[in-house]
Design a protein around this ligand. Structure first.
Ligand SMILES: Cc1cc2nc3c(=O)[nH]c(=O)nc-3n(C[C@H](O)[C@H](O)[C@H](O)COP(=O)(O)OP(=O)(O)OC[C@H]3O[C@@H](n4cnc5c(N)ncnc54)[C@H](O)[C@@H]3O)c2cc1C
Length: 418
Protein backbone atom coordinates (compact mmCIF):
# COMPACT_ATOMS: atom_id res chain seq x y z
CA UNK A 1 0.00 0.00 0.00
CA UNK A 2 1.38 3.45 -0.94
CA UNK A 3 1.51 6.23 1.62
CA UNK A 4 0.38 9.80 1.04
CA UNK A 5 1.89 12.73 2.96
CA UNK A 6 0.33 13.40 6.34
CA UNK A 7 -2.11 16.31 6.45
CA UNK A 8 -3.68 18.30 9.26
CA UNK A 9 -7.26 17.88 8.02
CA UNK A 10 -8.62 15.41 5.48
CA UNK A 11 -12.01 16.44 4.05
CA UNK A 12 -13.90 13.50 2.56
CA UNK A 13 -16.42 14.62 -0.08
CA UNK A 14 -16.26 17.58 -2.49
CA UNK A 15 -19.93 18.49 -2.53
CA UNK A 16 -20.72 22.15 -1.74
CA UNK A 17 -20.29 21.71 2.03
CA UNK A 18 -16.99 19.78 1.75
CA UNK A 19 -15.55 22.34 -0.67
CA UNK A 20 -16.50 25.29 1.55
CA UNK A 21 -14.98 23.47 4.56
CA UNK A 22 -11.70 22.87 2.71
CA UNK A 23 -11.60 26.48 1.49
CA UNK A 24 -12.13 27.95 4.97
CA UNK A 25 -9.51 25.64 6.51
CA UNK A 26 -6.99 26.65 3.85
CA UNK A 27 -7.80 30.34 4.32
CA UNK A 28 -7.04 29.83 8.03
CA UNK A 29 -3.64 28.37 7.16
CA UNK A 30 -4.52 24.73 7.98
CA UNK A 31 -2.93 22.08 5.71
CA UNK A 32 -5.92 20.44 4.08
CA UNK A 33 -6.51 17.62 1.59
CA UNK A 34 -9.92 17.15 -0.05
CA UNK A 35 -11.00 14.12 -2.04
CA UNK A 36 -14.12 12.78 -3.75
CA UNK A 37 -15.00 9.46 -5.25
CA UNK A 38 -16.62 11.10 -8.29
CA UNK A 39 -14.64 12.43 -11.23
CA UNK A 40 -16.01 16.04 -11.22
CA UNK A 41 -18.51 18.49 -9.70
CA UNK A 42 -22.32 18.08 -9.92
CA UNK A 43 -23.92 18.25 -13.35
CA UNK A 44 -27.46 18.97 -12.10
CA UNK A 45 -29.02 21.95 -10.38
CA UNK A 46 -30.20 20.08 -7.28
CA UNK A 47 -30.05 22.27 -4.25
CA UNK A 48 -30.50 25.65 -5.75
CA UNK A 49 -31.16 28.37 -3.15
CA UNK A 50 -28.67 30.13 -0.92
CA UNK A 51 -30.06 31.53 2.32
CA UNK A 52 -29.20 35.18 3.20
CA UNK A 53 -26.62 33.95 5.72
CA UNK A 54 -25.02 31.60 3.22
CA UNK A 55 -24.48 34.53 0.84
CA UNK A 56 -22.74 36.37 3.67
CA UNK A 57 -20.59 33.30 4.38
CA UNK A 58 -19.63 33.08 0.72
CA UNK A 59 -18.90 36.80 0.79
CA UNK A 60 -16.50 36.28 3.73
CA UNK A 61 -14.88 33.47 1.72
CA UNK A 62 -14.53 35.79 -1.29
CA UNK A 63 -17.02 34.31 -3.76
CA UNK A 64 -20.34 36.09 -3.16
CA UNK A 65 -19.90 38.67 -5.93
CA UNK A 66 -19.88 36.09 -8.73
CA UNK A 67 -22.70 34.13 -7.10
CA UNK A 68 -24.90 37.22 -6.74
CA UNK A 69 -24.16 38.23 -10.32
CA UNK A 70 -25.18 34.90 -11.80
CA UNK A 71 -28.01 34.04 -9.36
CA UNK A 72 -31.69 35.02 -9.23
CA UNK A 73 -32.90 36.93 -6.16
CA UNK A 74 -35.86 35.83 -4.04
CA UNK A 75 -37.42 38.68 -2.07
CA UNK A 76 -40.40 36.95 -0.43
CA UNK A 77 -42.19 33.69 0.21
CA UNK A 78 -45.96 33.46 -0.32
CA UNK A 79 -47.98 30.67 1.30
CA UNK A 80 -51.06 29.23 -0.40
CA UNK A 81 -53.69 26.61 0.12
CA UNK A 82 -55.65 25.88 -3.04
CA UNK A 83 -56.61 29.20 -4.58
CA UNK A 84 -56.18 31.22 -1.39
CA UNK A 85 -53.07 33.18 -0.50
CA UNK A 86 -52.81 32.75 3.26
CA UNK A 87 -49.58 34.37 4.41
CA UNK A 88 -46.25 35.80 3.32
CA UNK A 89 -42.81 36.59 4.67
CA UNK A 90 -40.64 39.38 3.34
CA UNK A 91 -36.89 38.68 3.23
CA UNK A 92 -36.18 42.31 2.27
CA UNK A 93 -37.02 43.31 5.87
CA UNK A 94 -34.14 41.26 7.34
CA UNK A 95 -31.46 43.53 8.88
CA UNK A 96 -28.60 41.74 7.10
CA UNK A 97 -26.07 42.46 4.32
CA UNK A 98 -27.91 40.31 1.78
CA UNK A 99 -31.67 40.52 2.52
CA UNK A 100 -32.70 37.98 -0.11
CA UNK A 101 -32.24 34.32 -1.00
CA UNK A 102 -30.32 33.53 -4.14
CA UNK A 103 -31.25 30.83 -6.61
CA UNK A 104 -28.24 29.34 -8.27
CA UNK A 105 -27.63 25.99 -9.97
CA UNK A 106 -25.73 23.70 -7.63
CA UNK A 107 -23.36 22.98 -10.51
CA UNK A 108 -22.61 26.73 -10.83
CA UNK A 109 -22.01 27.06 -7.10
CA UNK A 110 -19.69 24.04 -7.08
CA UNK A 111 -17.75 25.44 -10.05
CA UNK A 112 -17.22 28.72 -8.15
CA UNK A 113 -16.06 26.86 -5.03
CA UNK A 114 -13.69 24.61 -6.99
CA UNK A 115 -12.18 27.63 -8.76
CA UNK A 116 -11.65 29.45 -5.46
CA UNK A 117 -10.01 26.34 -3.97
CA UNK A 118 -7.68 26.15 -6.97
CA UNK A 119 -6.74 29.82 -6.50
CA UNK A 120 -5.98 29.04 -2.86
CA UNK A 121 -3.61 26.28 -4.04
CA UNK A 122 -5.87 23.31 -3.21
CA UNK A 123 -6.47 20.63 -5.80
CA UNK A 124 -9.45 18.35 -5.31
CA UNK A 125 -8.43 14.70 -5.54
CA UNK A 126 -11.25 13.46 -7.76
CA UNK A 127 -11.63 9.72 -8.21
CA UNK A 128 -10.47 8.97 -4.63
CA UNK A 129 -12.84 6.98 -2.45
CA UNK A 130 -12.56 6.68 1.32
CA UNK A 131 -12.68 2.96 2.09
CA UNK A 132 -11.99 3.07 5.80
CA UNK A 133 -11.00 5.37 8.61
CA UNK A 134 -9.42 4.28 11.85
CA UNK A 135 -9.30 6.71 14.75
CA UNK A 136 -6.15 6.96 16.90
CA UNK A 137 -5.57 9.02 20.03
CA UNK A 138 -3.97 11.90 18.18
CA UNK A 139 -5.35 11.54 14.70
CA UNK A 140 -6.83 9.16 12.18
CA UNK A 141 -5.61 6.81 9.48
CA UNK A 142 -7.59 6.83 6.25
CA UNK A 143 -7.53 4.10 3.63
CA UNK A 144 -8.27 5.57 0.22
CA UNK A 145 -8.95 3.82 -3.07
CA UNK A 146 -7.79 5.61 -6.19
CA UNK A 147 -10.32 4.82 -8.89
CA UNK A 148 -9.65 4.50 -12.58
CA UNK A 149 -12.09 4.24 -15.45
CA UNK A 150 -11.32 1.59 -18.02
CA UNK A 151 -13.05 1.11 -21.36
CA UNK A 152 -13.82 -2.34 -22.74
CA UNK A 153 -15.24 -3.15 -26.15
CA UNK A 154 -14.33 -1.66 -29.51
CA UNK A 155 -17.21 -0.23 -31.54
CA UNK A 156 -19.38 0.33 -28.43
CA UNK A 157 -17.06 1.06 -25.50
CA UNK A 158 -18.27 -0.06 -22.09
CA UNK A 159 -16.73 1.98 -19.26
CA UNK A 160 -16.30 0.69 -15.75
CA UNK A 161 -14.59 2.01 -12.62
CA UNK A 162 -12.12 -0.05 -10.70
CA UNK A 163 -9.61 0.41 -7.90
CA UNK A 164 -6.27 1.33 -9.44
CA UNK A 165 -4.36 1.72 -6.20
CA UNK A 166 -4.92 1.68 -2.44
CA UNK A 167 -3.38 4.52 -0.46
CA UNK A 168 -2.97 5.27 3.23
CA UNK A 169 -2.74 8.68 4.84
CA UNK A 170 -2.61 10.12 8.35
CA UNK A 171 -4.55 13.20 9.36
CA UNK A 172 -4.90 15.05 12.64
CA UNK A 173 -8.62 15.35 11.90
CA UNK A 174 -10.98 13.83 9.34
CA UNK A 175 -14.13 15.66 8.25
CA UNK A 176 -16.90 13.58 6.74
CA UNK A 177 -18.63 15.81 4.16
CA UNK A 178 -19.49 12.67 2.25
CA UNK A 179 -23.27 13.05 1.95
CA UNK A 180 -26.19 11.01 3.19
CA UNK A 181 -24.53 7.59 2.83
CA UNK A 182 -21.45 8.86 4.68
CA UNK A 183 -18.72 6.25 5.13
CA UNK A 184 -17.18 8.37 7.90
CA UNK A 185 -20.44 8.31 9.87
CA UNK A 186 -20.82 4.57 9.36
CA UNK A 187 -17.21 3.83 10.38
CA UNK A 188 -17.80 5.84 13.56
CA UNK A 189 -20.84 3.67 14.24
CA UNK A 190 -23.07 6.75 14.62
CA UNK A 191 -26.76 6.02 14.12
CA UNK A 192 -28.57 8.02 11.41
CA UNK A 193 -31.94 8.20 13.08
CA UNK A 194 -35.12 8.60 11.10
CA UNK A 195 -37.03 11.67 12.26
CA UNK A 196 -40.11 11.47 10.06
CA UNK A 197 -41.78 9.69 7.20
CA UNK A 198 -40.00 9.75 3.82
CA UNK A 199 -41.13 12.57 1.56
CA UNK A 200 -41.39 11.95 -2.17
CA UNK A 201 -41.21 14.87 -4.59
CA UNK A 202 -41.85 15.12 -8.31
CA UNK A 203 -39.61 17.93 -9.54
CA UNK A 204 -40.07 19.84 -12.82
CA UNK A 205 -37.79 22.52 -14.14
CA UNK A 206 -39.54 24.50 -16.87
CA UNK A 207 -39.12 27.37 -19.28
CA UNK A 208 -42.05 29.75 -18.76
CA UNK A 209 -43.83 32.04 -21.20
CA UNK A 210 -43.66 35.15 -19.00
CA UNK A 211 -41.67 36.63 -16.10
CA UNK A 212 -41.28 34.21 -13.15
CA UNK A 213 -40.85 37.06 -10.65
CA UNK A 214 -38.88 37.06 -7.39
CA UNK A 215 -41.19 35.22 -5.01
CA UNK A 216 -41.07 31.59 -3.89
CA UNK A 217 -44.58 30.24 -3.63
CA UNK A 218 -45.32 27.42 -1.22
CA UNK A 219 -48.60 25.53 -1.35
CA UNK A 220 -49.50 23.82 1.92
CA UNK A 221 -52.36 21.43 1.24
CA UNK A 222 -53.54 19.28 4.14
CA UNK A 223 -51.34 16.29 3.23
CA UNK A 224 -48.74 17.61 0.79
CA UNK A 225 -46.45 20.57 0.20
CA UNK A 226 -45.55 22.01 -3.21
CA UNK A 227 -43.15 24.81 -4.02
CA UNK A 228 -42.35 27.07 -6.94
CA UNK A 229 -38.81 28.44 -7.15
CA UNK A 230 -38.13 31.10 -9.82
CA UNK A 231 -34.62 30.40 -11.18
CA UNK A 232 -34.27 33.22 -13.72
CA UNK A 233 -36.64 35.63 -15.44
CA UNK A 234 -38.14 32.83 -17.53
CA UNK A 235 -37.04 29.57 -15.85
CA UNK A 236 -38.61 28.10 -12.73
CA UNK A 237 -38.78 24.85 -10.82
CA UNK A 238 -41.85 23.23 -9.32
CA UNK A 239 -41.59 20.49 -6.68
CA UNK A 240 -44.74 18.56 -5.74
CA UNK A 241 -44.82 16.28 -2.74
CA UNK A 242 -46.44 13.05 -3.89
CA UNK A 243 -47.75 9.94 -2.30
CA UNK A 244 -45.62 7.18 -3.88
CA UNK A 245 -48.81 5.15 -4.46
CA UNK A 246 -50.07 7.93 -6.73
CA UNK A 247 -47.09 7.70 -9.06
CA UNK A 248 -47.57 6.47 -12.62
CA UNK A 249 -47.72 2.67 -12.74
CA UNK A 250 -44.80 2.28 -15.17
CA UNK A 251 -42.38 4.01 -12.80
CA UNK A 252 -39.43 1.81 -11.86
CA UNK A 253 -39.70 0.33 -8.40
CA UNK A 254 -38.51 2.65 -5.67
CA UNK A 255 -34.91 2.62 -4.70
CA UNK A 256 -34.36 2.05 -0.98
CA UNK A 257 -31.51 4.54 -0.84
CA UNK A 258 -32.12 7.37 1.59
CA UNK A 259 -32.09 9.83 -1.24
CA UNK A 260 -33.37 8.04 -4.31
CA UNK A 261 -33.69 9.49 -7.78
CA UNK A 262 -36.26 7.76 -9.95
CA UNK A 263 -36.16 8.09 -13.73
CA UNK A 264 -38.93 10.40 -14.93
CA UNK A 265 -41.45 9.53 -17.64
CA UNK A 266 -41.02 10.72 -21.25
CA UNK A 267 -41.42 14.31 -22.48
CA UNK A 268 -45.13 14.25 -23.34
CA UNK A 269 -46.04 12.45 -20.12
CA UNK A 270 -43.99 15.02 -18.16
CA UNK A 271 -45.92 17.93 -19.59
CA UNK A 272 -49.21 16.17 -18.98
CA UNK A 273 -48.32 15.35 -15.36
CA UNK A 274 -47.06 18.89 -14.70
CA UNK A 275 -50.33 20.37 -16.03
CA UNK A 276 -52.28 17.93 -13.88
CA UNK A 277 -50.35 18.88 -10.73
CA UNK A 278 -50.82 22.58 -11.43
CA UNK A 279 -54.55 22.16 -11.95
CA UNK A 280 -54.91 20.32 -8.63
CA UNK A 281 -52.43 22.20 -6.47
CA UNK A 282 -51.90 25.69 -7.90
CA UNK A 283 -54.88 26.69 -10.05
CA UNK A 284 -53.74 30.33 -9.74
CA UNK A 285 -50.50 29.61 -11.64
CA UNK A 286 -51.11 31.17 -15.05
CA UNK A 287 -47.60 31.34 -16.49
CA UNK A 288 -47.62 29.37 -19.78
CA UNK A 289 -45.30 26.32 -19.91
CA UNK A 290 -43.02 26.63 -22.94
CA UNK A 291 -40.90 23.56 -22.20
CA UNK A 292 -40.18 21.04 -19.43
CA UNK A 293 -36.37 21.19 -19.24
CA UNK A 294 -35.89 18.25 -16.92
CA UNK A 295 -37.88 16.30 -14.37
CA UNK A 296 -37.08 13.80 -11.70
CA UNK A 297 -38.67 12.05 -8.76
CA UNK A 298 -36.72 12.16 -5.55
CA UNK A 299 -37.25 10.73 -2.09
CA UNK A 300 -36.05 12.58 0.99
CA UNK A 301 -35.96 10.67 4.22
CA UNK A 302 -35.62 13.07 7.16
CA UNK A 303 -32.74 11.81 9.29
CA UNK A 304 -30.42 13.16 11.94
CA UNK A 305 -27.11 11.67 13.10
CA UNK A 306 -27.16 10.84 16.81
CA UNK A 307 -23.88 12.76 17.12
CA UNK A 308 -21.99 15.07 14.75
CA UNK A 309 -18.76 13.13 15.30
CA UNK A 310 -16.29 12.07 17.94
CA UNK A 311 -12.65 12.67 18.94
CA UNK A 312 -10.83 13.13 15.62
CA UNK A 313 -13.63 12.56 13.08
CA UNK A 314 -16.47 15.06 12.55
CA UNK A 315 -19.44 15.39 10.22
CA UNK A 316 -20.88 18.33 8.25
CA UNK A 317 -23.78 18.73 5.80
CA UNK A 318 -25.83 15.83 4.47
CA UNK A 319 -23.50 13.36 6.22
CA UNK A 320 -25.16 14.49 9.47
CA UNK A 321 -28.73 15.29 8.38
CA UNK A 322 -31.30 15.13 5.69
CA UNK A 323 -34.64 16.89 5.45
CA UNK A 324 -37.35 17.85 2.94
CA UNK A 325 -36.24 20.04 0.03
CA UNK A 326 -38.58 23.05 0.19
CA UNK A 327 -36.60 25.37 2.51
CA UNK A 328 -33.24 24.21 1.05
CA UNK A 329 -31.95 23.77 4.58
CA UNK A 330 -29.64 20.77 4.50
CA UNK A 331 -26.92 22.41 2.39
CA UNK A 332 -27.34 25.92 3.82
CA UNK A 333 -27.16 24.87 7.45
CA UNK A 334 -24.31 22.58 6.39
CA UNK A 335 -22.42 25.76 5.38
CA UNK A 336 -22.85 27.17 8.88
CA UNK A 337 -21.66 23.89 10.37
CA UNK A 338 -18.57 24.15 8.14
CA UNK A 339 -17.83 27.65 9.50
CA UNK A 340 -18.23 26.56 13.14
CA UNK A 341 -16.23 23.36 12.72
CA UNK A 342 -13.39 25.18 10.94
CA UNK A 343 -13.34 27.82 13.68
CA UNK A 344 -13.09 25.14 16.39
CA UNK A 345 -10.38 23.19 14.54
CA UNK A 346 -8.38 26.38 13.96
CA UNK A 347 -8.54 27.19 17.68
CA UNK A 348 -7.44 23.64 18.54
CA UNK A 349 -4.68 23.30 15.93
CA UNK A 350 -3.27 26.82 16.18
CA UNK A 351 -4.15 28.14 19.63
CA UNK A 352 -4.01 24.99 21.77
CA UNK A 353 -7.69 25.33 22.62
CA UNK A 354 -9.26 22.29 24.34
CA UNK A 355 -10.93 19.65 22.16
CA UNK A 356 -14.10 20.21 24.19
CA UNK A 357 -14.87 22.87 21.58
CA UNK A 358 -15.81 20.03 19.27
CA UNK A 359 -18.32 18.66 21.74
CA UNK A 360 -19.91 22.11 21.80
CA UNK A 361 -20.02 21.99 17.97
CA UNK A 362 -21.85 18.68 18.20
CA UNK A 363 -24.44 19.79 20.75
CA UNK A 364 -25.14 23.21 19.18
CA UNK A 365 -25.88 21.83 15.75
CA UNK A 366 -27.64 18.71 16.93
CA UNK A 367 -29.99 20.90 19.01
CA UNK A 368 -30.58 23.27 16.06
CA UNK A 369 -31.65 20.32 13.91
CA UNK A 370 -33.89 18.94 16.64
CA UNK A 371 -35.67 22.28 16.72
CA UNK A 372 -35.87 22.54 12.96
CA UNK A 373 -37.22 19.06 12.53
CA UNK A 374 -40.06 20.00 14.79
CA UNK A 375 -39.22 18.36 18.08
CA UNK A 376 -38.98 21.58 20.02
CA UNK A 377 -41.06 24.03 18.03
CA UNK A 378 -42.58 26.58 20.35
CA UNK A 379 -46.28 27.11 19.60
CA UNK A 380 -46.92 30.61 18.32
CA UNK A 381 -48.61 33.14 20.58
CA UNK A 382 -52.36 32.80 20.05
CA UNK A 383 -53.07 36.49 19.57
CA UNK A 384 -50.36 37.08 16.97
CA UNK A 385 -50.65 34.28 14.43
CA UNK A 386 -53.68 33.42 12.34
CA UNK A 387 -55.36 30.08 12.95
CA UNK A 388 -54.13 28.85 9.54
CA UNK A 389 -50.52 29.72 10.42
CA UNK A 390 -50.78 28.34 13.95
CA UNK A 391 -51.84 24.90 12.74
CA UNK A 392 -48.98 24.73 10.25
CA UNK A 393 -46.15 26.38 12.24
CA UNK A 394 -43.64 23.52 11.96
CA UNK A 395 -44.35 22.94 8.26
CA UNK A 396 -44.01 26.66 7.54
CA UNK A 397 -40.68 26.82 9.41
CA UNK A 398 -39.26 24.03 7.26
CA UNK A 399 -40.23 25.84 4.03
CA UNK A 400 -38.55 29.21 4.63
CA UNK A 401 -35.12 29.70 3.02
CA UNK A 402 -33.35 30.92 6.16
CA UNK A 403 -31.92 29.58 9.39
CA UNK A 404 -30.86 30.71 12.86
CA UNK A 405 -31.76 34.30 13.78
CA UNK A 406 -32.96 35.06 10.23
CA UNK A 407 -35.47 32.21 10.38
CA UNK A 408 -36.71 33.43 13.77
CA UNK A 409 -37.09 36.98 12.41
CA UNK A 410 -39.04 35.81 9.35
CA UNK A 411 -41.29 33.56 11.42
CA UNK A 412 -41.99 36.44 13.78
CA UNK A 413 -43.51 38.30 10.78
CA UNK A 414 -46.17 35.58 10.93
CA UNK A 415 -46.50 35.69 14.70
CA UNK A 416 -44.57 32.43 15.21
CA UNK A 417 -42.05 32.38 18.04
CA UNK A 418 -39.23 30.02 17.13
C1 LIG B 1 -32.27 14.93 -7.12
C2 LIG B 1 -31.91 15.77 -5.93
C3 LIG B 1 -32.63 16.91 -5.70
C4 LIG B 1 -32.33 17.71 -4.61
N1 LIG B 1 -33.07 18.81 -4.41
C5 LIG B 1 -32.84 19.55 -3.33
C6 LIG B 1 -33.63 20.69 -3.04
O1 LIG B 1 -34.55 21.03 -3.78
N2 LIG B 1 -33.35 21.40 -1.92
C7 LIG B 1 -32.35 21.05 -1.07
O2 LIG B 1 -32.13 21.71 -0.07
N3 LIG B 1 -31.58 19.99 -1.31
C8 LIG B 1 -31.80 19.23 -2.41
N4 LIG B 1 -31.01 18.15 -2.63
C9 LIG B 1 -29.96 17.82 -1.64
C10 LIG B 1 -28.73 18.68 -1.84
O3 LIG B 1 -28.18 18.36 -3.09
C11 LIG B 1 -27.79 18.41 -0.66
O4 LIG B 1 -28.37 18.91 0.53
C12 LIG B 1 -26.43 19.07 -0.81
O5 LIG B 1 -25.80 18.65 -1.99
C13 LIG B 1 -25.60 18.67 0.40
O6 LIG B 1 -24.29 18.97 0.22
P1 LIG B 1 -23.15 18.10 0.91
O7 LIG B 1 -21.88 18.72 0.42
O8 LIG B 1 -23.38 17.95 2.36
O9 LIG B 1 -23.31 16.61 0.32
P2 LIG B 1 -23.27 16.09 -1.17
O10 LIG B 1 -23.58 17.16 -2.14
O11 LIG B 1 -24.06 14.84 -1.18
O12 LIG B 1 -21.73 15.73 -1.39
C14 LIG B 1 -21.13 14.59 -0.83
C15 LIG B 1 -19.92 14.23 -1.70
O13 LIG B 1 -19.23 13.17 -1.05
C16 LIG B 1 -18.77 12.27 -2.03
N5 LIG B 1 -18.57 10.96 -1.39
C17 LIG B 1 -19.51 10.16 -0.85
N6 LIG B 1 -18.94 9.05 -0.33
C18 LIG B 1 -17.60 9.18 -0.54
C19 LIG B 1 -16.48 8.35 -0.22
N7 LIG B 1 -16.61 7.18 0.41
N8 LIG B 1 -15.24 8.78 -0.59
C20 LIG B 1 -15.10 9.97 -1.24
N9 LIG B 1 -16.12 10.78 -1.56
C21 LIG B 1 -17.36 10.39 -1.20
C22 LIG B 1 -19.88 12.28 -3.08
O14 LIG B 1 -19.37 11.86 -4.33
C23 LIG B 1 -20.32 13.74 -3.08
O15 LIG B 1 -19.65 14.51 -4.07
C24 LIG B 1 -31.27 17.34 -3.72
C25 LIG B 1 -30.54 16.20 -3.97
C26 LIG B 1 -30.85 15.39 -5.06
C27 LIG B 1 -30.04 14.14 -5.28
Amino acid sequence: MSKLDQTEVLVVGAGPVGMLTALLLTQNGIRTRIMDQESRTAGHSYSCALHPRSIKLLSDAGIAAQAVESGHRIASVGFYEGNARRAEVNLAQLPVDYPFALVLDQSALETLLERKLREAGVKIHWGHRLANVDMKDLGATAIIERLATTGKGYSVPDFEQGVERTLETQADFVIGADGSNSVVRRRLGIRFERTGAPQHFAVYEMEAGSDCGHETKVVLDPAASSALWPMSDTRCRWGFQVNPDDEAKDFPSKDRERMAVIEPPGERDSLHRLRQFLKERAPWFDNPIREVIWTTNVQFEPRLARQFGRNRCWLVGDAAHQTGPVGMQSMNIGFREAVDLVESLTQILRKNAPEDLLRAYDRTHWCEWQRLLGFKAVPPAADKASEWVRQRAVRIASCIPASGADLSALLSQLGIEF
